[in-house]
Write a protein that binds this ligand. Structure first.
Ligand code: ZN
Length: 133
């Protein structure tokens, strides 16, 4: 029941990175048939979300609307200059819990798990814990 770490390098300020393949590989290696996978992002300007992995325009729309809702510049007080990234990350949240069924991640047909970068490009960590028999 140790946690594992995935490292990814993001390529732009805001970006959604599909991490479903990496999570599926960890589930396979764990040999857990029924259980839970918890994915946690230990960063304050990044998040993890689950959404459509079929049409990439959905990811573009999500990022564009988050930028519209929380603009890069505004009447922010945080001196580091990345308040928008902090706010966007807290809107989506740092973790997701997924079911493992029959040795595989149980996702809806059109769902993928996305690491959400809001203050890149950076090298980021993702922690994963798999719980099960
Ligand atoms: Zn900051």
């Amino acid at each position: 029941m140790n946690s594992q770490e995935i490292s990814i390098r993001t390529g732009s300020r805001s970006e959604l990175v599909d991490i479903t393949p990496q999570l599926s590989r960890l589930v396979k290696e764990s040999k857990v048939a029924d259980g839970l996978l918890v994915v946690f992002v230990p960063h304050t300007t990044a998040a993890v979300t689950i959404n459509e992995n079929a049409d990439p325009s959905v990811q573009t729309d999500i990022l564009n609307e988050l930028k519209r809702l929380v603009p890069l510049t505004g009447s922010y007080t945080h001196s580091e200059g990345n308040s928008a990234a902090h706010i966007q990350s807290t809107l989506l949240g740092p973790s997701q819990t997924l079911f493992i069924q029959n040795g595989r991640l149980a996702l809806g047909t059109w769902q993928g798990v996305y690491f959400c970068e809001f203050d890149g490009p950076r090298t980021r960590k993702i922690w994963v814990k798999i719980i099960g028999q």
